[in-house]
Design a protein around this ligand. Sequence first.
Ligand SMILES: Nc1ncnc2c1ncn2[C@@H]1O[C@H](COP(=O)(O)OP(=O)(O)OP(=O)(O)O)[C@@H](O)[C@H]1O
Length: 609
Amino acid sequence: MSKMYGGPGGMGFNKLKFDDGAKPNITKAMLARIASYFIPYWKQTIIVLLILLVSSGLGLLPPIFIQHIVDDALPNKDMGLLVELVLISLAATVASGLIGVLQSYLNSYISQNIVYDMKNQMYRHLQQMPLQFYSNVKQGEVITRMTSDIAGIQGVFSSTVVNFSSNLFILATTLGTLFFMNWKLAILGMLVVPLFIMPTRKMGRVRWNIAKQTQEKMSDQNHIIQETLSISGYLLMKLFTKEQKEFDGFTTVNAESTRLQIRESMAGRWFMMVLSTFTTIGPMLIYLYGGYLFIQGEITIGAIISFVALLGRIYGPVGQLTNLYVDINRSVALFERIFDYFDMEPVIVNKPKALPVNISRQDIVFEDVGFAYHRDKPALQHISFTAVAGTMTALVGPSGAGKTTITNLLPRLYERSSGSIRIGSTDIYDMTLESLRSQIGLVTQDSYLFNGTIRENLMYANDGASEEEMENACKAAYIHDFIMGLPDGYDTVVGNRGMKLSGGEKQRISIARVLLKNPAIIVMDEATSSLDTVSEYYIQKAMSVLLQDKTSIVIAHRLSTIMAADHILVVQDGTIVEEGKHDELLELGGVYKDLHAKQFERKSFTESP
Ligand SMILES: Nc1ncnc2c1ncn2[C@@H]1O[C@H](COP(=O)(O)OP(=O)(O)OP(=O)(O)O)[C@@H](O)[C@H]1O
């Protein structure tokens, strides 16, 4: 039942049940799992159930007293009894209203706390998901799951659970009373009940289908919003002038979901109309047969009136209970969609006996490592090399060769399929993920800065760092003077993804951030974008400080970096085809020489001043 999102030998992404339109599969295990969320609130749940039971009992009093009013108080002109009966009925109504307030509070307490628990569980779970999950999942789907699906759960308790119990209690107590009063009339009143059930089931099915389609359209809408109204999507849309096309797409989905919502509410209206017609048939039958029994002298007028009033308490709950089929399906479907997410195993986890390890000044050894994103298409094969402690190892090779993939295996963003990766003598699988990742600094090409101040972005690496340490890191990354030149200095807000800064500035800030983290190992993907010579000069200087005395693996795009490397690995088609120093590799006259001729001798890749 669990879904794998990766692991040795492949990274299959299973499509979620959400999209396949299947009706939820209501099993005992599923119900038990849903019930487990209510367990922490069992005390409140019992109080709610007790309140519902008492309310249903209190609700019986006014219709029962009608009989005494009509049969005893009125014919005997007994004003005292009349007032007494009316007051008791009134008191019962007020009491039931008052405990109803307590019940509403408890409803919302239980529902909101279950939502709170599930949201936390979901967030924690999504944090554990591997990178592959986020490359595969539709944009917007995670947000839909976190917000509308989990928020929908709050309605489950107040509508489904409370509705079900309260209708059941009302039905049971009222039916008992009716049969106790007169079983013949009770059976007659029940004759119309099957008439409710048929249309209710039919409408239930129709509404369920519409609800499902609405949910899908809402998810599509979220997807479009996420795709086109995020920074990168927005730029893509603007630069390819696709505003109208995107708008048309959005309008279509929007129109579709609006139409569905109208259909859903209208389906309910027709349904109510049909039901209300049937509810008038029952009392007619009672008047007819009850009238006959009265003429025969078998029952009183009060009994007939009381009976009709009680019958009114039957039809509502019967209708709602049959309709509950839709609610239950919808609720279980919500839980199912959420459980689908919970069941995806976070495949990259600590091994049971993993230990925190200090990895300073140790060699990194890849031995016959293989990896595949897709089971039948290996991305890496037989990767073996040693990155010697305190030295820089450069990875070079054509685009798509597998360089990024190699670097992603080290901090276990992806899991190797075969072979071993060791730091010193310890396999990275035997280290805790926390100790491994806390000692690796990753500088990616597209340095991600979140929308906050420069200070917040820097301190993210080490919130215990002092102001002085932060400034020293920025000085070492040659970005301090630039930051001080900004009107708000370190308190400057960088904008979404650091949009308000240039590529070179962003990369230097992210180098400062890694310096502040001060890890033993640096993994760097050098930016390919051509920077102006001054910017590039400063980045080179920042890099040399960053990599000093560190064990580093750098995906190198600049000749100056390659020349500075202690060891160069040439990657092609997922394997290492050559390795050595720059001069040795040139002399070899193979792939590296070609690459060098094509890539590094171009003017834009010349060394910085
Ligand atoms: N998340 C992914 N899912 C499936 N395939 C992937 C994924 N990431 C990369 N690949 C594929 O794996 C191969 C190696 O990609 P990788 O990014 O490691 O190459 P690279 O050498 O770093 O290229 P570049 O220099 O262009 O960044 C490519 O064929 C790529 O299409």
